[in-house]
Ligand binder design. Sequence first.
Ligand code: ATP
Length: 206
Amino acid sequence: MVREAVPEAARVATRIGIFGGTFDPIHCAHVEVAEAVRQALGLDRMLLVVANEPWQKQGRPVTPAEDRYAMVAAAAEGRPGLEPCRMEIDRGGPSYTIDTVEQLRRLEPQAVLILVVGSDVVAELPTWKDEPALRDLVTLAVVGRPGAPRVAPPPGWHGVDVSVAPFDVSSTELRRRIEAGEPLAGLVPDPVIHCIVQRGLYATGR
Ligand code: ATP
């Protein structure tokens, strides 16, 4: 059998979104951001990368990574294109985005990698491990976050602006709500609420 050559037009690079977070817990704004950026930039895949040890969140206890991963997997259920990603958990230790990006680059050498961050994270980027190497490997997509000023990518970053409807929710506020016994409906996807209750997370099993 003679194999037909792949037409040149079909050789378009895979576009992969990398949306990392502690996701403690994942909430509706995370899902909105992931879906909106995926559609706006025509991404083939959007990875929800669960941090193993989020070095930026030192000073407070963090829910075990496997529980956070289970919540992210529940949020991605039935949403083709959103992929829970456990690369950082499987690597172990502190989670640095450069390590994840280099690993993805080895797995998908031709892919265009788009790093998605909320505007509150932009000011911290220069403190990230190997920032010069990281900014050479990815395109940055910054999404607005209520309460955080609209910001341009720091010098040296190649960025794209994506407009996402603001959704004022944070994991911190949700942990407070759970502690206070306030409802999560509308702020956390229903399958994630189910996962929280089933696993007795955030002392819901008390
Ligand atoms: P915490 O309140 O515990 O700090 P968080 O809600 O900021 O958590 P993270 O898991 O730290 O959630 O965030 C992962 C990514 O999602 C970050 O890039 C963050 O800027 C972005 N993000 C979180 N909430 C929103 C939101 N409401 N709108 C836009 N981006 C958001």
